[in-house]
Design a protein around this ligand. Structure first.
Ligand SMILES: [Co+2]
Length: 211
């Protein structure tokens, strides 16, 4: 495979699939071929998919967030170099080589999108949800984020809150450190983890205070 100077795979001109449908069709074709040739089995393919659904998923990102909320030095390291800070916790790997975490505050709300395709920080958030890959989300989130957040995700931000949208790519995979909700001062890191949703780390949700 051709690689760019930064070491990430470069698209092969003219043959690179561009839509999710094309990618899905190619994956299916490859999967059938590999199974036919005895290279792999349906079970092995399912196991990989399952790993990304169960083992590698937003609960890992949630653990990182809970640690950042309770350990200011870790939080600083996370904001300085997310890939390295996650590695400290044993979290990393494919599609997470260059992660950047941005912090939500009372003044600024951040959210991520991949305008070109569906780049996403797999090691901390798992596989992207379908809507993240949808052309409507990718286009509208850039043009009218406040409306999308309110109408599609029920996040109604105050007018004075600035919204910043980060275009995640194969080179830089952004994700969001959500705000720690009030009323959680006495909670342990383990308890805090349970509060952190995938959507809050994409920036299309807020972390709700415990009932
Ligand atoms: Co992309």
């Amino acid at each position: 495979m051709t690689t760019t100077e930064s070491g990430s795979p470069a698209p092969v001109s003219g043959t690179f699939p561009v839509t999710d449908e094309e990618i899905a069709a190619r994956v299916k074709a490859l999967e059938s071929l590999l199974i036919d040739k005895g290279v792999t089995s349906e079970l092995a393919v399912d196991k990989i998919a399952e790993m990304y659904e169960r083992e590698v998923g937003p609960h890992l990102g949630a653990a990182v967030v809970a640690r950042a909320w309770t350990d200011p030095e870790f939080k600083q390291r996370l904001l300085d170099d997310a890939t390295e800070a996650c590695r400290e916790m044993g979290i990393g790997g494919m599609q997470g080589e260059d992660m950047v975490v941005i912090e939500n505050t009372g003044d600024v709300h951040n959210a991520i999108v991949c305008t070109l395709c569906s780049c996403y920080p797999w090691p901390t958030l798992g596989l992207p949800p379908n809507w993240y890959k949808a052309p409507a989300y990718r286009a509208r989130m850039v043009k009218e984020p406040r409306t999308v957040l309110r109408e599609e995700f029920g996040v109604d931000l105050p007018e004075q809150t600035e919204i910043r949208i980060w275009d995640t790519s194969a080179e830089v995979r952004y994700w969001v450190l959500p705000q720690r909700p009030p009323g959680t001062e006495d909670m342990t890191e383990e308890q805090l983890r349970e509060l952190v949703s995938r959507d809050s780390m994409i920036g299309v949700g807020l972390v709700a205070a415990p009932a």
